[in-house]
Design a protein around this ligand. Structure first.
Ligand code: FEO
Length: 181
């Protein structure tokens, strides 16, 4: 059972994950506009990861007997002038999400909600990996600078990233993550 305070905070956070998905979908489109199909593919994989993050929270609320109330998703930015700008904005955004998750953890602690603290650990660990990936990409793009051959090589490398999260939520995300549905 969740307190109203925890339930409302988690419900609100679904929106942050859905916005993340929307933001990376927009970045995928911008990369496509720049002719960087590998970057576009990488951001679309990230879109799926964010959808999964949102769905995992959606399902947790339902499993705890809470009715999810979906909120309006903000319009993401549309214009990005370079791959470096996209990853700088990605890092900035992920740092914001990390802050939101830290606040959620504080609320769960205040409410003495152990189950939600354990649930949130997964997200907090995930954020370390996401920020690390973004920092690595920014470093590489700064080293490459305007060397188009370097950008194209990286584009080819990023095209290899595969979707590793479930994308079919019809049977529930927890069972999909265990390969059961
Ligand atoms: Fe779901 Fe990228 O945070």
């Amino acid at each position: 059972m969740l307190s109203d305070k925890v339930a409302n905070a988690l419900n609100q956070h679904i929106n942050a994950e859905m916005y993340s998905a929307y933001l990376y979908m927009s970045m995928s489109n911008a990369a496509n506009d720049l002719g960087l199909k590998g970057f576009a593919s990488w951001f679309m994989v990230q879109f799926h990861e964010e959808m999964m993050h949102g769905m995992k929270m959606y399902e947790y609320l339902q499993r705890q007997g809470v009715s999810v109330k979906l909120l309006a998703i903000q319009q993401p930015p549309h214009d990005f002038s370079s791959a470096l700008e996209m990853f700088e904005k990605t890092l900035e955004h992920e740092q914001k999400v990390t802050g939101l998750l830290n606040n959620l953890m504080e609320i769960a602690k205040e409410e003495k909600d152990n189950a939600t603290q354990i649930f949130l650990n997964w997200y907090i660990t995930e954020q370390v990996e996401e920020e690390e990936n973004d920092n690595d990409m920014i470093q590489q793009l700064k080293l490459i600078k305007d060397d188009i051959r370097g950008v194209l090589l990286l584009d080819r490398e990023l095209a290899q990233r595969a979707v590793t999260v479930p994308t079919d939520y019809s049977k529930g995300i927890e069972s999909a993550m265990k390969g059961e549905g």
